[in-house]
Design a protein around this ligand. Sequence first.
Ligand SMILES: [Zn+2]
Length: 147
Amino acid sequence: MPDSTELKKEALSSIVGWCVAAIFGTAAALLKWAFPDAWEQICSTILALISPRQLLTLLLISLSVNLTGIAFKLASLKSQQSLRKRFGVLWDSEKNPYCPICNSHLATHNQFGHMENEYFCKPCNNLVYLTDSSGKQITRVYALKNL
Ligand SMILES: [Zn+2]
């Protein structure tokens, strides 16, 4: 799963894309309103290059790709927002661990091997220890049982 910085960049990219699409849509509407003859000429040129059936197919493909992308983005943002802190680590609803600093998904091993009481955050290049409320380190098995 991407971290929160990547999600923000993707969300911003999507917003920019929608703004560009809105600007082109608005420009097309203004062009049609202000210059109906030029609009008719542009439409007839486009229709000479591509049939209405092909244009409709492209529109449907574009709509389905955009709606699928929006659905994935919303699902990703929803799961990212539902992280809760417990034992010094952030957890999603499926008990996957995330870094409390950068919200990245945590690994169960690093270059030194498999770890029982800690996770490794690759973006932070840091160990995240599982601790109880008194600060004592606990095992991953105990943490997962008590989430
Ligand atoms: Zn991190």
